[in-house]
Design a protein around this ligand. Structure first.
Ligand code: SF4
Ligand code: SF4
Length: 282
């Protein structure tokens, strides 16, 4: 049985689909968006996170570490830190254990029309695990938040076990998509058509990055891609927040956005309005 690597489980989530939900964050993402604010979700493997800003250099973590040259994520240094500055992001779960945990709240979440949402990282990167846990949750409202960059057969199989989809669309132009996320958007657009043809209700999220995704060309391009969609419920524009880079140092990564973070992004809804697509800025 596959084990899922999960870096967070958020209860009482109200922005991750209909009603009140439990959101499960799966580790690993095939994209490298310059604005990513969840760097602990990029690697598929568990990893140590350290808040170095408050460290008093007491040395307790070094004393207990069995592998100072190369962290093996054993977790031994986590409980010895008196300031609780260290944690392991990424815990293995079996599908059955996760389902048991989620089903505990099935009735109460269901009263609001809610349920469970799998997010990340990019949850389809752990597609085998998803296909084990989703059938165990039948009867609970099941959603996914995805960039849809995954094998189309896998995407189709996952959709068959879902009630709702939140899909990110970042850039309509393939070259710009490669430049800012590291991958081409051809597969994503193919999977968007598969999603539309599945008949599942879905919403599209567009991160508003100043000078990158918030341009009239890009918002018009995305609106054109969505023109005529029958099962699209709404488009949500998500303004960039300047705190995005805060966690990079904790996972030994460098935040290098390469766009002007001091500029506020523009949330122009008119490209969607003129096509009759409901849209809002979150
Ligand atoms: S988790 Fe902590 S104790 Fe374990 S190898 Fe990494 S730094 Fe050392
Ligand atoms: S145990 Fe905590 S406070 Fe002490 S050196 Fe390690 S991280 Fe810093």
């Amino acid at each position: 049985m596959t084990k899922g690597i999960i870096f967070d489980i958020k209860e009482l989530a109200v922005f991750d689909g209909p009603g009140i939900r439990t959101t499960v964050f799966l580790k690993g993402c095939p994209l490298r968006c310059r604005w990513c604010h969840n760097p602990e979700g990029l690697s598929a493997a568990p990893q140590l996170m350290v808040s170095l800003g408050s460290c008093t250099h007491c040395g307790r973590c070094d004393e207990i570490c069995p592998s100072p040259e190369h962290c093996i994520t054993c977790g031994k240094c986590v409980p010895v830190c008196p300031l609780h500055l260290r944690r392991i992001a990424g815990t293995p779960w079996t599908a059955q254990d996760l389902a048991d945990r989620l089903l505990r709240d099935k009735e109460i979440l269901g009263m609001s029309g809610g349920g469970v949402t799998f997010s990340g990282g990019e949850p389809t990167l752990q597609g085998t695990f998803l296909l084990e846990v989703l059938p165990l949750l039948r009867g609970m409202h099941r959603a996914i938040e995805t960039c849809a960059y995954c094998d189309s057969a896998l995407f189709t199989a996952i959709l068959a076990e879902l009630d709702y989809v939140i899909m990110d669309l970042k850039l309509a132009d393939p070259a710009a998509h490669r430049q800012w996320t590291g991958v081409d958007n051809g597969l994503i657009l193919k999977n968007l058509r598969i999603l539309e043809d599945s008949g599942l209700p879905y919403r599209i999220r567009v991160p508003l990055i100043p000078g990158v995704t918030d341009t009239p060309e890009n918002l018009n391009g995305i609106a054109a891609l969505l023109d005529g969609s029958r099962h699209l419920e709404q488009v949500e524009l998500l303004p960039y927040h300047r705190t995005a880079g805060a966690k990079y140092e904790m996972v030994s990564r460098v935040y290098d956005p390469r766009f002007d973070e001091t500029v506020s992004p523009r949330g122009d809804l008119s490209p969607f309005a003129k096509r009759g697509i409901p849209a809002s800025v979150l």
